[in-house]
Design a binder for this molecule. Structure first.
Ligand code: HEM
Ligand code: HEM
Length: 179
């Protein structure tokens, strides 16, 4: 496992696994959340799936942030401008904050709902002792929706930047994360 940490100039296997598994789950969970009313009306029980994927993402985010703190990423190639590097750091910090805030707000307001919380119907997940009258429940519901849109915007900018590095600048930045 010589590649588990970061080999010179690239992300290691652990970081790549966490990045791509979380990217896939987030890109599934955003539309699942947005379409939840439509899908439920059409008879699909997708909210439980959305919550289970979201709780999985919360656990992965905690592991990822811990791993990140112990293993700082390789420095960007010198060809990346200071301005671009600063924007990248800001967007990455925002994405990490959203990876925590979205599942946490979802967990908080779902705790006040009438449905039991499970992880893929395999085992029960304890709920917080909250009711709809608690201010944090309403705030979390509002926050979950607004932060969902913020994440869509941040992820689109992030993906556009990755493609710009690959197709326009051709500086190998996307390959650092592909392995
Ligand atoms: C990274 C993880 C998550 C993402 C990206 C995400 C994203 C979203 C988005 C974009 C919506 C649509 C918002 C709206 O239009 O109202 C939504 C709705 C919802 N989310 Fe999440 N969510 C995540 C995690 C969770 C978790 C962990 C739970 C609960 C344990 C949860 C519970 C819900 C519920 C119940 C709705 C439907 C709200 C309604 O009644 O309209 N979400 N989510
Ligand atoms: C919504 C899903 C995604 C999220 C939340 C996300 C989040 C992140 C975060 C937080 C980092 C910083 C890693 C660190 O240095 O600690 C990162 C790096 C990276 N992401 Fe994503 N990402 C997503 C999807 C994608 C997609 C679809 C692509 C490709 C098109 C991509 C390409 C990259 C690349 C190339 C890097 C490395 C940048 C560098 O070398 O500094 N990401 N991503």
């Amino acid at each position: 496992m010589g590649d588990a940490r970061h080999p010179a100039g690239r992300y290691g296997t652990v970081s790549r696994f966490l990045h791509w598994s979380m990217a896939a789950l987030i890109l599934v969970n955003l539309p699942l959340g947005l379409l939840s009313d439509t899908l439920e009306d059409a008879g699909y029980e997708t909210v439980g799936l959305h919550k289970s994927i979201g709780l999985t993402l919360l656990a992965l985010a905690l592991i990822r942030i811990g791993w990140r703190l112990m293993n700082p990423p390789p420095p960007l190639p010198a060809s990346v401008s200071r301005r671009d590097a600063r924007i990248a750091v800001a967007v990455h910090v925002l994405l990490y904050a959203l990876m925590l805030a979205l599942p946490l707000t979802g967990y908080i307001f779902s705790s006040a709902g009438k449905y039991p919380l499970t992880w893929f119907d395999l085992f029960g997940v304890p709920k917080l002792a909250l009711t709809r009258d608690d201010a944090i429940v309403g705030l979390s519901r509002e926050g979950h929706e607004i932060l969902g849109w913020v994440m869509i915007a941040a992820a689109l900018g992030h993906i556009a930047a990755a493609l710009r590095h690959h197709l326009v600048l051709r500086d190998g930045v996307l390959r650092r994360m592909l392995g």
